[in-house]
Design a protein around this ligand. Sequence first.
Ligand code: ADP
Ligand code: MG
Length: 439
Amino acid sequence: MTTHEVEDILTDILERAKVLDPANARKWFEKLTVCRLEGGSLGISCPDEATIHFLQENCKSSFTRAAQQVTGHLVTIDFNLEQHKKIDKTSKLSPHELKLHPDYTFDNFVVGPSNRLAHASCIAVSQSPGKTYNPLFIYGSSGLGKTHLLRAVCFEAQKRYENLVIQFLSCEEFVNKFIRAIEEGNLAGFQSQFRTVDMLIIDDIQFLREREHSQEEFFHTFNALYNNGKQIILSADCPPGKIPSLEARLISRFNWGLVARIDPPSYETRVAIIQKKAHLRGLEISDDIAEYIARKVQANIRELEGALTTLYAVATTTTKPIDIELAQTALEGQIKASIRHISITDIIEVVTQHFDVRLADLQSKKRSQSITEPRQICMFLARNLTKHSLEEIGGHLGGRDHTTVMHACNKISLANESDPKMNALLNDLTKQITNPVKI
Ligand code: ADP
Ligand code: MG
C-alpha cells in the first residue's frame, strides 16, 4: 500500500466521524488531521490543548466508531498536539510497515488444537527463513487467522534479521503489479523486485486461478527464490490441489514443503481469543460474557471480533456496563445474520439482476458509472453481509486490491446515509439477498 492510500484511509475515517457526529463536526473537527494508524491506535492531531480536552470528553466514541467502520477493527483513539505527528510524505515505508493491523503478532495469537501446526511452522520459518519448511503453505476457511499468522512471521523475521528483505502482499497485489509492469513495459523491474527478496509472502494465493500469465510469472518467481534457498510462504482458503485452475506444476511445488491446515477454533480457544482481543483494547469483559459470545458465535474468528466490536459500540453509546443482557441485545442482529450463510455469489446474483449487468462486466476493468456503481454496491453488501475480508471481496470482483474495496464500501456507506434513494435500494437488495423468494 502506498503512503497515498494510507492517507486516503485516514481521510475516510475523519469524514466518517463528521457524519457520525454532525453536531460537533463543524466547530471542532475542521482543524483536525488524522495522522497515523498503527499498533491498533489512531492518532489525531489537534491544534491546541482545549480541543484535545473537548474531544476526549465528548467525541471519543464517534472516532472509535468511525475507525471501526472504515477499517473493520477496534481501534484506540489517541488525541495529540499537532506538531508531534505528521505523515512524512517523503518517507519510504516498506509494505509490511504499512499493513494496517500491527496487532497481528505471535504474542496476540491464541494457540489451540485447531491452529497448532500452522502456528508452530510459522514460528519456525520466522526464526530460520529458508531453512525449515519451504514453501510453507497455510490453508483454512476465511477468518481463521491465516493473514494474522503471515503478518506475525513478517514482524518476527524482521525483528530477528534486520536486513532481511521481505515482500508481503496479497495475491491481487501481486497480480496487479504484474499487470502494471506489463502495461508499463517494465517486466524486468517487476522480476528484480520479486526474484531478489529473502522472503516472499503471498496471502490468498487461490486468486491466482485463471490468470495464466501471472501463473507463469509466479512459477518462475517461485523457482528463482526456491533455488536460491529463499523462503516462500503462501496462504489459501483450500489445499493446493483444490485451487481451481491452478496448473499441476504449481500444485506440486506448493506441496514440496509443509502444508498446514487451520480448523475452526474449539470453544475454549474461542473464549481465550475473545479475552485476548478485549484485553488488547483495554476492555473490561467478564468470563460470563466471553463464554456467552463464544457459545453464540461459532463460525469464525472474524465474526467473534465483530461481536466484540458491536458490543463495545453499544456499550460506549449507552454508557451502560457490559453485562449479559447488553451482550444479548447487542449480538442479536449479528447472530441472526450468521444463521443463514450468505455467499458473495448470492450477492452478485441479486445485484447483477437488479442492474441488468453481467458478472464479467463487474470483474472487468470498465469504469463507466453503469458498471462501477453495481460493482461498488456488491463490495459494500459483501462487506456487510458476509465474513469475507476486503482482499477476498476484491478477489471475487476482478482482483481489485483491498484499498479499492475499502473506498467502495465507504462511498456507498456515505451515500446510504445521505441519499434516501440509495438507502431504499440497499435495503431492498439486502432483503432479497437475506430472504430469497423460493419458487
Ligand atoms: P483469514 O486471513 O484466515 O481470513 P485473519 O487472519 O484475517 O483470517 O483473522 C481474522 C481475525 O481473527 C483477525 O482479527 C485475527 O487477529 C483474528 N484471529 C484469528 N485467529 C486468531 C487467534 N488464534 N488468536 C487471536 N486472534 C485470531
Ligand atoms: Mg486473510
